[in-house]
Design a protein around this ligand. Sequence first.
Ligand code: NAD
Length: 440
Amino acid sequence: MNHPVPEQPTEVVARLRATFRTGRTQPVEWRTAQLRRLREMLTEKGADLAAALHADLGKSSTEAYRTEIDFTVREIDHTLDHLTDWLRPEPAPVPAHLGDDARAWTRYDPLGVVLVIAPWNYPVQLLLAPVVGALAAGNAVVAKPSELAPATSAALARLLPAYLDTDAVAVVEGGIPETTALLAERFDHIFYTGNGTVGRVVMRAAAEHLTPVALELGGKSPAFVDRDTDLGVVAGRLARGKFLNAGQTCVAPDYVLTDPRTAAALEPLLARAVEALYGSDPAASPEYGRIVNERHFDRLSGLLDSGRVVVGGTGDRTTKYLAPTVLADVDPASPVMREEIFGPILPIVTVPGLDEAIDFINDRDKPLALYVFTQSDETRRRIADDTSSGGLGYGLPLAHLTVSDLPFGGVGESGMGSYHGRYSIETFSHRKAVLDKPLS
Ligand code: NAD
């Protein structure tokens, strides 16, 4: 359908709701057809999306495919492989007082019209992976890309309607005014990814309509490094996880927590790991990304004097290049430790040992991810039992979110609700209780 005059949010939602009420999005065939079309879009127009990601974030094509386009294709494939199983009604035992002939089960009902609001840092993956779940669960969807990744937002607004059922899927572009207008509408679910301040705005707006929300937020994700580990391996994995997308990853290791002796040993190894990844001049590496805008560049530059520079520490505002940076001797009260960094700065904070590390983590907001590098089973167990975080990664940052059978989401200040694979079906469905007592 062509709309010469942009539709108002009220019209968009009414149109999608009308489609939903016809039952068109219910059959599994419609759902899988939409997912296949989305897959076609990603394979046929992957180059367009990669170019937009490069324009917005300096993402290399390799990174664009690995972390956004192919990532979403895998999520689609996994969903197509298992959707029928996931949707199967689940029988429940019936108590004796209802008689032998009574039966009970649960079934997944779609919720209706879902709003997905995405951020700029993985602007393809973080819009489309929730859309995959919402469609797979049989909903109509309004997708709102981030205005801070304008090339990607424009590409998605152009491509999605060309591939998907436009009576059931709409893209609304824009920033705060447009999102505020959308949030005034009644949705059946709102799936928001971004920061906690806006998360509160979303939840307040949702409360007006008693609309359920998933809030995929961020925060400072610590990486605890035990003294007994192979620090060369640890440094390589930390650097790779931290400096991907120039550190603008919600589950990037935000800071390293370790004892002073291990910190000293780790410093030169981290510097070496950065060079192994991006060469001696990361500004010239096609694999190294850029900061999204001047505002974030200035914010990050202001954090550089929170410690002694081990490697990096330089930048260029005109190209929004900020070197992969490691800071040592960082005071826990310094600016870099007071907010989520969300950029290529890795502070090392020292604590005497495991007990103090656990206290350090528990004294702060519950992180989205917590990483632990240790050979000790006891340390692994202590961290798992004594801390709370959205996800827990032993030995490898970021990787848990690539496991489609694991729920991805935060806890406390890092968010609520989860998605990926079957957890998306849980999020975007109502699990309806059904009791059947035959009349004769
Ligand atoms: P952003 O500025 O792109 O905002 C996200 C979305 O919120 C955008 O679509 C934007 O238009 C909308 N928005 C902004 N202000 C609004 C307002 N006042 N009212 C209504 N809508 C508004 O992205 P961001 O928040 O800077 O993203 C970075 C944060 O997101 C970090 O904290 C990061 O950790 C977190 N994050 C979390 C995940 C996750 O999966 N948990 C993934 C990526 C990023």
